[in-house]
Write a protein that binds this ligand. Structure first.
Ligand code: PMP
Length: 375
């Protein structure tokens, strides 16, 4: 007797018909995907969390104030499906027209929508072999063929690898998890090689010292620049991301968005996002603090025997000259200092360490110094 008999009996008892295709025949029609694995969000506050590239400072004070003043009664209504207040604020901040701005639920939502909208060809899309590990996941979800291009020996993207027949190009600048930055001329080199497909530049970390590709929008109608409020604006918890591009690209993304959910942006995120964009001084100040902590971290970690890429992001990609990364990851974790470890090829010697406050970083150096000396 197989399990299906008892399942049929259970189905009959529950008043449902047995499946004619055998046990759980419906399961064969599931869309099977290998999901992205986000960094751990451990509970408790007696820990140092340097594992998901969150900003260690609170969002702009106007965000907290707007949150206090928020009228719960307003939640009765659907939000503005165009999220007009936020798209207008972003357009004004970046010197663009509102028709050039798309907003979504974190840049993951924006990137996922962009993959679905623009990468719809039989040719493979291209991205680096070491990069944001969500790209192959969206490609898998949407059945988009892809090919990776290896970073060079110094973990740098080689623009000349991103030409030829392809279905589109996507890369982060600075790259993740390496933090390596390409200059505007290299980004433009990739655009010049790809006039017939959409090129997505994922600028999740651009505010920490990079030069944005936004000025290239004036010359490249196939460029989409994606940014996030999760890092430099310290609002990972509210989930806001945005894309900037030619009106034709933005319209195509909106058509796709309106084809699965008109109201991706909830009322609080629209209101709080506007407050964050308004406070340019606070944005510059907190980004400046993170950049100087990062540059100091390069000196301190080098004294402790670490090698690293020259990161322009709010994280460092570090390798100890003698101690394996997996070991350091475990001992740090046991000490309630969380960093990120990726076990894949080329990266398993490294730890990705988010830049925290000076005090958090001091505790990291103290612990590492003691551990490395006592080993
Ligand atoms: N792009 C890159 C390169 C990232 O590292 C991240 C953070 N995981 C994201 C996009 C997505 O961030 P969010 O959805 O919080 O905007």
């Amino acid at each position: 007797m197989t399990g299906s008999g008892s399942q049929d009996a259970r189905a009959a008892a529950a008043g449902t018909a047995p499946s004619p295709g055998g046990a759980r025949a419906w399961a064969r029609y599931f869309r099977r995907v290998v999901p992205y694995v986000p960094g751990e969000q451990p509970a408790g506050d007696r820990l140092i969390k340097l594992n998901t590239n969150e900003n260690p400072y609170p969002p702009a004070p106007g965000v907290a104030e707007a949150l206090r003043q928020m009228d719960a009664g307003a939640l009765r209504r659907y939000p503005d499906p165009t999220a007009g207040a936020l798209t207008n604020a972003l357009a004004a901040r970046y010197g663009l027209r509102p028709e050039q701005v798309f907003v979504g639920v974190g840049s993951d939502d924006v990137l996922g929508t962009a993959f679905l909208t623009f990468f719809n060809s039989d040719r493979p899309i291209l991205f680096p072999d070491v990069t944001y590990s969500f790209y192959p996941v969206w490609a898998g979800l949407y059945k988009i063929p892809y090919e990776t291009r290896p970073l060079d020996a110094d973990f740098r993207i080689r623009p000349e690898d991103y030409g030829g027949a392809n279905g589109g190009v996507v890369f982060p600048n600075p790259n993740a998890p390496t933090g390596c930055l390409m200059g505007l001329s290299e980004v433009e080199d990739i655009l010049r090689r790809n006039p017939d497909v959409v090129v997505i530049v994922d600028e999740a970390y651009i505010d920490f010292g990079g030069v944005s590709a936004l000025p290239l929008l004036a010359r490249y109608e196939n460029l989409l620049v994606v940014q996030t409020f999760s890092k430099s604006r310290s609002m990972a918890g509210i989930r806001i991301g945005c894309a900037f591009g030619a009106p034709e690209l933005i319209k195509a993304m909106l058509d796709v968005k309106y084809s699965y959910n008109s109201y991706t942006m909830n009322l609080p995120s629209i209101l709080l996002g506007v407050e964050a964009v308004k406070d340019e001084a606070y944005f510059q100040e907190t980004v400046g603090k993170i950049v100087s902590t990062r540059e100091r971290a390069k000196e301190r970690l080098s004294q402790l025997g670490f090698a690293f890429t020259d990161s322009y992001a709010n994280f460092l990609f570090i390798r100890h000259r003698t101690v394996p990364a997996a070991e350091l990851y475990e001992v740090l974790r046991a000490h309630r200092i969380y960093v990120r470890y990726f076990s894949g090829p080329r990266v398993s010697d490294y730890l990705r360490v988010t830049v925290g406050t000076d005090a958090q970083m001091e505790e990291l150096y103290r612990f590492l110094e003691t551990y490395l000396n006592g080993r």
